[in-house]
Design a binder for this molecule. Sequence first.
Ligand SMILES: [Zn+2]
Length: 254
Amino acid sequence: MQRDLWRKSYGGSLPQFTCPRCGKGKLVKQGDLIKQEPRHVTEHLEEIGLSGQMSDGRFVGMLICSYQFCGEVVTVAGGYTTREEVHWNDDADVPERYEFSKYYPYSIRPAPVVIEEPEKLGAEAKKHLRKAYELLWNDCAACANRLRIFAESLLDQLAVPRQGKKRNGKNGELDLSERIDALEVTRPGHQKALNALRYVGNVGSHEGEADFDDLLDCFEYLEYTLIELIDERRARLEAKADDLLRRKGRPKSK
Ligand SMILES: [Zn+2]
């Protein structure tokens, strides 16, 4: 996960995200972003004498995948602010005016992929993860809630039962916390990351709040957890090392 790519706002222009469809091309802006300042903002800026020096409004734009065999089209929309800055040019002894815009995306669809997704990730879990990427821009609390749903799907894929003996000793439907405990018995080492996701998801679901940076932390934990639990990268590397040790470094053909 390239953490610095994911921001609430972007100065100057939008970054070239990797295409969510092919994973090969970059999403390149087609033409200029269309910006529109609402009338009430124009009137307010005229009233306070800042008309022409700043602007606040909404923008829309199209991003196209640069990979010629893909050509995915992604729409982007959001808010913008523009501020005029004046610098004195000492050589020419004249003022120079610059416009600096900041873009706050509300929606990028289909959304760029935030974390590395293992090939073996199940369709149901992947559906929730992709929805969480979309919601990151639009509604942090809904994104947190979707990550919580994703965690349940992930545990389904890992064959952690939804029914069983609960903490109170009775049989019944296991909640997410109990299922995370059950996973810890068979596949230890991921309890902390999954519980962090659960807490952020709970606050998002019940209090309607989640912090953008906390969500990025959750995505980061999740990436590592998926690499270990679904991709089993460490286990595969250890198997390769075991094989090399068995052959004492000699080539397979001998
Ligand atoms: Zn593409």
